[in-house]
Design a protein around this ligand. Structure first.
Ligand SMILES: [Cu+2]
Length: 172
């Protein structure tokens, strides 16, 4: 049987040992960061979820959009609700409606899909939520800057995925 020479069984020299220890210590730091960041990281989205049927959610969003509609753009209503509960619906391939929010006010944003899985991602901020049919994600958001924010779908949802762009307008 062929056995390669056992050169790697030589004791570690100082440099090698130092690098191994450094790498191991860094592994421990990264390992500890997982629970630490989960508890203290400011990236956590304060989101809860509840169940709803796609038909019910669609009806709720339609009523919401009609009640607070202030305009329309390319067939999608622009909706300016008071602070509180606001709704956003994802479907192939649009975000509905366009939300117009006030800077510094808090909103409970209810988001769900009525067909397949989508991904909610606000640009240029880095807020991401997984959007599934039959589940509503509720994220409490307080816009801190005015301007126009794009919502892109970051979960491939078939042919029109790349054109699935929505908007949130934040005014002073
Ligand atoms: Cu999508």
């Amino acid at each position: 049987m062929f056995a390669p020479p056992r050169v790697w069984w030589r004791p570690l020299d100082r440099l090698e040992r130092t690098w191994l220890l450094l790498a191991f210590a860094w592994c421990l730091v990264l390992f500890a960061m997982m629970p630490i960041w989960l508890a203290f990281g400011r990236h956590n989205v304060p989101a809860t979820a509840y169940r709803v049927s796609p038909a019910q959610f669609r009806q709720r969003v339609e009523e919401f959009a009609q009640k607070y509609q202030v305009g329309v753009e390319k067939g999608i209503p622009i909706v300016e609700p008071p602070p509180g509960d606001v709704y956003l619906l994802a479907r192939q391939w649009q975000w509905y409606p366009i939300l117009k929010l006030k800077k510094g006010q808090s909103y409970r944003l209810h988001i769900s899909s009525i067909d397949v899985q989508h991904g909610f991602s606000i640009q240029p901020l880095n807020l991401n939520l997984q959007i599934l049919p039959e589940y509503v994600q509720v994220a409490t958001i307080t816009p801190l800057e005015s301007g126009e924010f794009s919502i892109v779908c970051n979960e491939f949802c078939y042919l029109g995925h790349h054109v699935m762009v929505g908007r949130i307008l934040v005014t002073d």
